[in-house]
Design a protein around this ligand. Structure first.
Ligand code: PDD
Length: 285
């Protein structure tokens, strides 16, 4: 079965699913995106993803290209046409196509909308989570507004590749004060030796992950001790547990950071429980 993508109003086979060479997303990373988990063919936390999308568009003064309801229909249609039971749906909206000039086009042009979907291997993801992953730290040299979910991800790409080159799975990004901001495409968490969950407060230095928000709801629901604050790399090395959260990984235990073994080197009870409980708290659309 050929994969189908949505491009500006049309559902097309992948080989025909193209955007113009002067798309501003392509030339300037002048575009935003969202990634939503799909479970049993349904979108996980669609409402929150669309809320964040609207915020990202608003920060960049790109207009919402269609109503929220219409966008929901498109996302579902792409999932259905690709017969995704478990996987992800990807949405990208760029400012549009215009002659190459950094300034916004005047008059404004229509945003370009692309939606794709693909299956993920649940057994493989579960096996990875049961084992946990190794991460390495790299300097966070991104721009100052990573709270906007733009496609300008070159530092994230290089960080992730640096991790892979060192035999690790992911990179944790560290700011100039030695504090962990987040991972290359997920949020970073630790559990301290006195049992407190710590994740960085949502400022302009991290993406406010939807998975992070749902995990915070679970944590509050269970009355677990939580501190939303910056933590250092040394705090992370000394942690009882570490994990990262994102739409595609949910809660992924981290068992080593820069070759420092975390806890006993296996996924910890807090991360494991949060992973198990996650989908009871997420919204299924
Ligand atoms: N990444 N931080 C960064 C830098 C991210 O790119 C992401 C998401 C997150 C977690 O956000 P959420 O819980 O809403 O997925 C945090 C997506 C999955 C990606 O780029 O594929």
């Amino acid at each position: 079965m050929s994969r189908i993508a949505y491009v500006n109003g049309r559902y097309l086979p992948f080989r025909d699913a193209t955007v113009h060479v002067e798309d501003r997303g392509y030339q300037f990373a002048d575009a935003v995106y969202e990634v939503c988990e799909v479970r049993a063919g349904r979108l996980v936390d669609e409402r929150r993803h669309i809320e964040r999308l609207k915020r990202s568009l608003g920060e960049l003064r790109i207009r919402m290209p269609m109503s929220q309801a219409a966008l929901g229909v498109v996302l579902r249609e792409v999932v259905a046409r690709n017969r995704i039971a478990y996987g992800l749906v990807y949405l990208q909206i760029s400012r549009g196509v215009a002659r190459r000039d950094p300034a916004f086009p005047t008059p404004p042009v229509a945003p370009n909308v692309v939606v794709t979907a693909r299956s993920l291997n649940m057994a493989r993801n579960e096996a990875l989570a049961a084992k946990g992953i190794a991460v390495v730290s790299v300097p966070d040299n991104r721009w100052g507004r990573v709270d906007i979910k733009t496609v300008g991800l070159l530092p994230n790409v290089l960080a992730r590749q640096a991790a892979i080159d060192k035999g690790a799975r992911d990179a944790w990004l560290v700011d100039k004060d030695g504090k962990v901001t987040e991972a290359a495409s997920s949020n970073a968490w630790i559990v301290t030796s006195d049992g407190k969950l710590v994740t960085r407060h949502a400022d302009h230095a991290i993406l406010r992950g939807i998975t992070r928000s749902v995990v915070l709801d679970i944590v509050k629901d269970r009355n677990l001790a939580i501190e939303e604050r910056a933590f250092t790399l040394e705090d992370a090395y000394a942690a009882h547990e570490a994990f990262e959260t994102s739409a595609t990984q949910i809660v992924m235990p981290v068992i080593s950071i820069d070759n420092h073994v975390i806890g006993d080197g296996t996924p910890g009870p807090v991360a494991t429980a949060l992973r198990r409980q996650f989908h009871r708290h997420a919204e299924l659309g």
